[in-house]
Ligand binder design. Structure first.
Ligand code: PMP
Ligand code: GLN
Length: 384
């Protein structure tokens, strides 16, 4: 049988590849981003109680009412904006599904989508499947800043969407007020939709605050922002998230959402709605993760890696050019196999495999594991 692949050049996601290699060699897995600790007992009990009480059938296509209402309160408290829980917030099966459905709701064949590389790896295949054209803008180590004058040059009459990600995976950089103000000027008088991937909204460090696209009135009317309970609740395996946007945009989003998934896991939604009533469940996260970042960075201080502390996400990138001249994919393999610590190479997130000689560590781990990994990292020798 002749199968004509829709994505002939696509391999397996680097997260699966590196986790498999890590398991094969019994390495400490700081590659794929997930916590090695469990979510809160109270949350697990809430889930069990909703399952036992029979909340086990489809919930509304848009999400369980208590959860979207709770999220409207959260968004209003954090960003000072009123979103209508019925028409402007939708629960999704992870941010990944929100991203896929949004791209399919707005991208027609031949439309251009600007993405910022290194780009989270689900954007490009979703755009290609929708018939869109990926237009990459590249940010680079060590500061990972967007030069908005250069960025603006990528806009064309065919630009239909811009995808942003802040805090940014994998670099750990964040977009700040001046970035959004520059973007606002650039997209004025266009029909460009912005998809803002803000799954790490509660992981911003050093007393900085997360700037959400939702806070900018001129951007808000053209934007959808997506968030992930996987990150916020230390429960990546639950694959639950949500998307927020003006009713006109949400109306289009739902046309796709209702047929690519229809609805997401019911009892978990009710449990999360109750759990989030206690705001400390998310307001304490910056501190929680900054402590982990600082512990990790202090522990690898004597190693030959060079780095600027991550501003957000639970990732830290580090430059290994004082250790090796290998391409980052080979270095990441060797770190896993020879040094026993699995990491993610960054070049795979660039269409042209741009190699900054940096790798990504995930520090969403308990201190004993970070300590053990750091000891192994500190044993790595400088090149001669
Ligand atoms: N966007 C980014 C930048 C991510 O790092 C992730 C992480 N997994 C996702 C989207 C997908 O989130 P989810 O697991 O909720 O689908
Ligand atoms: N977002 C996670 C990361 O960046 C992994 C998600 C996945 O495995 N698809 O590592």
């Amino acid at each position: 049988m002749n199968i004509k692949s829709k994505l002939p050049n696509l391999g397996t996601t680097i997260f699966s590849v590196m986790s498999a290699l890590s398991n094969q060699y019994n390495a400490i897995n700081l590659s794929q981003g997930f916590p090695n600790f469990d979510c809160d007992e109270r949350l697990k009990k809430l889930v069990a109680s909703y399952i036992n009480r029979g909340y086990n059938q489809y919930c509304p296509m848009t999400g369980a009412a208590p959860l979207v209402e709770r999220l409207a309160i959260k968004i209003q408290q954090l960003y000072g904006i009123e979103y209508d829980p019925k028409n402007e917030i939708n629960i999704t099966s992870g941010a990944t599904q929100a991203i896929f459905s949004t791209i399919h709701a707005f991208i027609h064949s031949g439309d251009e989508v600007i993405i910022v590389e290194p780009a989270y790896d689900c954007y490009q295949p979703s755009i290609l499947l929708a018939g869109g054209v990926v237009v990459p803008y590249q940010i680079k180590a060590p500061d990972w800043k967007i030069d908005w004058k250069e960025f603006e040059k990528l806009l064309s009459p065919k630009t239909r969407m811009i995808i942003l990600n802040t805090p940014h995976n994998p670099s750990g950089s964040i977009l700040e007020d001046n970035d959004f103000l520059s973007l606002q000027k650039i997209v004025k008088d266009t029909d460009i939709v912005i998809l803002s991937d803000e799954v790490y909204e509660h992981m911003v460090f050093d007393d900085k605050k997360h700037c959400s696209i939702l806070e900018y009135p001129a951007l808000r009317k053209r934007s959808l922002a997506t968030f992930s309970f996987g990150k916020t609740l230390h429960a990546t395996g639950w694959k639950l998230g949500y998307i927020v946007g003006d009713a006109t945009l949400m109306h289009e989003f739902r046309k796709i959402h209702q047929f690519d998934v229809f609805t997401s896991n019911t009892p978990f939604q009710y449990a999360i709605a109750d759990y989030l009533e206690d705001e400390s469940t998310y307001l304490d996260l910056p501190n929680f993760f900054q402590t982990k970042r600082d512990f990790f960075l202090n522990s690898i201080e004597q190693s030959p890696f060079k780095y600027l502390p991550s501003s957000g996400t639970y990732f830290q990138v580090a430059d290994y050019s004082d250790i090796s001249d290998e391409p980052d994919t080979e270095f990441a393999r060797r770190m896993t196999i020879e040094y026993g610590v699995a990491v993610i190479p960054i070049s795979v997130f660039y269409h042209n495999n741009l190699d900054n000689r940096v790798v990504r560590f995930c520090f969403a781990k308990t201190e004993d594991v970070l300590q053990k990994a750091a000891e192994m990292i500190c044993n790595i020798k400088r090149k001669v």
